[in-house]
Design a protein around this ligand. Structure first.
Ligand SMILES: [Zn+2]
Length: 301
């Protein structure tokens, strides 16, 4: 059978390489199909099935043969070889290949930091940043695959973070808890369970008064714990002191995020909230309101 010594798609004549049109079509097709998402194995199997000639009487295509074609830069044209595919197609296919092969570049520290801080408001899972094909489109999404109606890329995320951080730098006292418990309390899982239990008990045909009363009391005391006043005045004071020394910036200050941001919460409509070191949460709605009137003292129940 003999081994092919000249690159698939070409023939050599008087030291020069010339394109073999039928083979060049196969090369283009391999790139096209690979970029459209087919695997090397399925491309090889199809070519074998169609009895496409690889070399002389050889019509068996392997995954490796397809791989060698996708990796070969000569196809983009150079001093020796005329061009069969564009440089762009070559780069795209090879970016996909390294992506699929798991040879991903390590995260830069800023991205690693955001991955540690970002959580999904829906389910509490961490957020991750997926690179989509072509290695250029990135998207932040919930690791738990919560559905989202927005596309959060770096630019969008960085813009939102900058805006929120600048809001706090403009108005450091925004980190203070408003009087009473203006901060919406966060029910613990236990509290949610208790509330459901109370609903279940009261919905019964013959409600049992004593156990219901006991559960309601218990839940009330848990609820009180959830909305205690400024849980850490000292932390808040220090934080405000520090933020007063800062200047606004037009890109996210990652040093600042490392220091004073506990979590970045992403909601399913694409808005984000920042939970600061003292557990004060500032969100985009607040940013849009522009900290004008401060008399929204919600009660805690
Ligand atoms: Zn989620």
């Amino acid at each position: 059978m003999g081994l092919r010594t000249i690159l698939y798609g070409y023939r050599k004549e008087h030291l020069l390489f010339y394109i073999i049109p039928e083979e060049a079509d196969i090369v283009r097709r391999i790139f096209r199909e690979y970029i459209s998402g087919k695997t090397m194995k399925s491309i090889a199997d199809t070519l074998t099935g169609e009895r496409t000639v690889y070399y002389k009487d050889k019509t068996t295509w392997t995954k490796n043969a397809v791989c060698r074609i996708i990796e070969n830069e000569h196809y983009t044209g150079d001093m020796e070889y005329p061009e069969i595919i564009t440089r762009e197609e070559y780069m795209t296919a090879n970016a996909m290949k390294s992506y699929k092969g798991g040879k991903r570049e390590p995260d830069i520290p800023e991205i690693a930091l955001l991955k540690r801080k970002m959580i999904c408001a829906e389910c509490g899972h961490r957020y991750t940043r997926r690179k989509h094909y072509y290695g250029t489109l990135e998207r932040w999404e919930c690791l738990n695959h919560c559905k989202s109606t927005f596309y959060l890329d770096d630019e969008e995320l960085f813009g939102k973070l900058t805006k929120l951080l600048n809001l706090i730098i403009d108005n450091p006292n925004g980190l203070q808890y408003e009087q009473s418990c203006a901060e919406p309390y966060e029910p613990t899982l236990e509290l949610i369970r208790q509330d459901r239990e109370i609903d279940r008990m009261t919905e019964q045909k013959t409600p049992q008064f004593q156990p219901i009363k006991a559960t309601i009391f218990n839940a009330a005391s848990n609820r009180y714990d959830c909305c205690r006043l400024d849980p850490s005045k000292a932390v808040t004071d220090k934080l405000i002191e520090y933020v007063k020394t800062l200047e606004k910036s037009d890109s996210p200050d990652f040093e600042l995020i490392t220091r004073i941001v506990k979590t970045i919460i992403v909601h399913n409509d694409g808005t984000i909230s920042i939970r600061f070191l003292n557990d004060r949460i500032v969100d985009e709605q607040e940013a849009n309101k522009n900290a004008g009137n401060n008399d929204n003292s919600e009660s805690c129940n």
